[in-house]
Design a protein around this ligand. Structure first.
Ligand code: IPD
Ligand code: CA
Ligand code: CA
Length: 263
């Protein structure tokens, strides 16, 4: 089994489990982590456990970096084979939202180089997959970023965290709200990033994310022809310090950076 095959298999088997649990929203086993809006459910934990078990069986010895249960540690060894898991990205939307705007995200990297990744949206059944150098697909069909060439016509996905990080978001949001064609906030990193990959959005902005939030979605957007940097224009280092994340269709990247740097 190759890495991308494992990712595809995990996403396809876990999507139905996650939806089955969401159908009984009274019994998700909800708790909070760093603050009251940072939610965790039993489904996040069980989904991560199942992904960890699949990886452990197929690729024993690989590092596993995941959001939950003590896996939130970056590999010590540079260039290590590492899997990066967000069992549910958009947990707030998983717990409480009319639309199921959340996803399961799995990526494989060697050091900071993302090599394979996939995101499943169990609510729609969509599965996005990408391998470095081989393009990106949605449900088996190749996808490309949009051709929108100016911020004034762009659809921008602005994403943000709980109250502790709102001020830096606000500083950047002003420039986007004043200059972007449309600004949307779905608050699920996977949704924003896959929307860039599929051409349904033109830019995604966040002031502070962790690798499990964006690893698979970033590879998908890049393989669909998109561009990425941090908000200062520096390359993104998956296991390094970044000044937020900017992912776009490429054509409006410099224009976005001009506004974001000024903010
Ligand atoms: C969150 C989502 C959200 C982003 C937050 C993340 P979670 O992940 O990606 O879009 O704004 O910063 O923590 O907690 O739902 O996995
Ligand atoms: Ca997340
Ligand atoms: Ca999560």
């Amino acid at each position: 089994m190759t890495e991308i095959e494992l990712i595809a298999h995990a996403l396809e088997t876990l999507g139905p489990y996650v939806m089955e649990r969401r159908a009984d929203r009274e019994h998700l086993g909800i708790s909070s982590k760093s603050h009251a809006n940072d939610l965790l459910t039993e489904v996040d934990i069980e989904t991560q456990r199942r992904i960890v078990a699949l990886i452990g069986a197929a690729f024993p010895g690989d590092a596993i970096v995941g959001e939950e249960e003590g896996y939130a540690r970056y590999p010590d060894e540079p260039g290590a084979r590492a899997w990066i898991i967000d069992p549910i990205d958009g947990t707030q939307n998983f717990v409480r939202s009319l639309l199921p705007e959340f996803g399961i995200s799995i990526a494989f990297a060697r050091g900071n180089e993302l090599l394979a990744g996939g995101v499943a949206f169990p609510g729609t059944g969509d599965v996005f997959l990408a391998e470095r150098g081989a393009g990106a697909s949605r449900n088996g069909r190749p996808i490309r970023v949009s051709a929108v060439a100016s911020l004034a016509l762009a659809r921008v996905e602005l994403d943000f965290d709980g109250p502790p990080k709102r001020q830096p978001t606000l500083d950047r949001a002003r420039a986007l709200l004043l200059n972007g064609g449309q600004v949307r906030c779905h608050c699920a990193a996977v949704l924003g990033l896959c929307s860039i990959a599929s051409g349904d959005a033109d830019a995604y902005v966040h002031v502070s994310l962790r690798p499990w939030d964006y690893a698979a979605g970033l590879l998908l957007a890049e393989e669909a022809g998109g561009a990425s940097s941090d908000l200062s224009g520096h390359p993104v280092r998956v296991f390094g310090e970044n000044d937020g994340l900017l992912v776009s269709n490429g054509r409006i990247h410099e224009e976005l950076l001009t506004h974001l740097r000024r903010a």
